[in-house]
Design a protein around this ligand. Structure first.
Ligand SMILES: NC(=O)c1ccc[n+]([C@@H]2O[C@H](COP(=O)([O-])OP(=O)(O)OC[C@H]3O[C@@H](n4cnc5c(N)ncnc54)[C@H](OP(=O)(O)O)[C@@H]3O)[C@@H](O)[C@H]2O)c1
Length: 299
């Protein structure tokens, strides 16, 4: 099988990793057939982690990689704290990466993120024998080309980004139609020439008409009301809310790639149709007219 080039390829300095405006998210993935569809789909890379679906996400990708060989898209993964103990130091980072490579059946990935370092303080992360030392070591040894920091909480993320230790940043649920609180973080990352991923443009479901939760928490009545009004504005402009939510992220000049969760091959086709949709400029002005959404994200 011959793979076509990914859509709108974006080559990154310091690596042969090629991104598209969309990267496919795999947090609930456990199906090798879907993994295969993702790895041969129109976008440059798939985003997973050691911890997604308790390792099943990487395992499903590994089965698909075994079938596809090198005719496939790139895989970006993340190191995670030790399950149960929360231990997240240098040694755990190295072990997490080994576990990921074993599941994926790969000898390396180009980009590896430090994922959700919530069980450790910044001091511990950056101290001797800490998680950041482990990440730096992997890059210095050439075991990866690039290292990133992937998490939520803006106050924590700004510290990691400002440290200068990382090449890439992934934030989630904080640069969407509902919440723009990651803007200063992305601006700081852009000043540092970092690769910027914006994950969860649908807020995990609310902006895709999938349930009433935003950023994995129940929404307030005010937020649900704002979303209904935004949906009405989108309908007036002939654009589904989900498509507007995707394009809000795609149109930002700060963002290299938007990480979207896809649960089926049908979703993958819908996603490409949404990406290719032209959105009238007037929609953004009309949505601004609603005023800021009452986001439930506090950090
Ligand atoms: N700390 C981190 O590093 C971090 C945190 C969050 C997310 N991420 C990454 O970002 C990815 C995306 O996050 P997410 O999945 O939580 O949020 P999301 O992309 O905002 O939302 C995914 C939800 O949108 C729905 N959806 C997707 N395409 C749709 C379509 N065409 N029409 C209608 N509904 C659609 C999905 O429904 P179905 O379930 O029905 O398909 C799913 O419920 C994750 O998989 C992960 O790779 C990373």
């Amino acid at each position: 099988m011959t793979l076509n080039d990914p859509v709108e390829p974006r080559t990154l300095p310091g690596t042969d990793l090629v991104l598209s405006p969309i990267t496919l998210g795999t947090s609930p993935l456990n199906d090798p057939a879907l993994a295969e569809a993702m790895l041969t789909g129109p976008y440059g890379a798939v985003d997973t982690s050691n911890a997604y679906a308790a390792g099943e996400s990487e395992t499903a990708l590994g089965v698909a990689i075994g079938r596809l060989g090198s005719e496939r898209r790139a895989v970006i993964t993340k190191t995670d704290a030790e399950p149960g103990t929360g231990r997240f130091d240098r040694d755990r980072v190295l072990r997490s990466y080994e576990e990921s490579l074993a599941r994926l059946g790969l000898d390396r990935v180009q980009l590896l993120h430090l994922h959700d370092p919530y069980s450790i303080s910044i001091k511990e992360a950056f101290g001797p024998g800490g998680a950041v030392e482990g990440m730096r070591e992997l890059k210095e040894q050439g075991a990866v080309d690039l290292i990133g920091i992937a998490a939520g909480r803006n106050s924590l993320m700004i510290e990691y980004v400002s440290s200068g230790a990382f090449d890439a940043v992934l934030s989630h649920n904080r640069y969407t139609l509902i919440d723009r609180s990651a803007t200063p973080l992305f601006e700081e990352a852009a000043r540092r020439d970092m690769i910027i991923f914006n994950a969860a443009p649908f807020g995990g479901g609310l902006l895709a008409g999938r349930g009433t939760r935003y950023a994995y928490q129940e929404s307030s009545a005010d937020l649900l009301d704002w979303v209904s009004r935004a949906e009405a504005v989108c309908t007036e402009h002939g654009v589904p809310l989900t498509t507007a939510a995707l394009h809000f992220s795609l149109r930002s000049p700060l963002i290299h790639s938007t990480v979207v969760g896809v649960g089926s091959a049908e979703r993958l086709e819908q996603l490409e149709r949404m990406r290719a949709t032209e959105v009238p400029d007037g929609l953004w002005t009309a949505l601004d007219g609603l005023g800021p959404a009452p986001s439930t994200v506090t950090d």
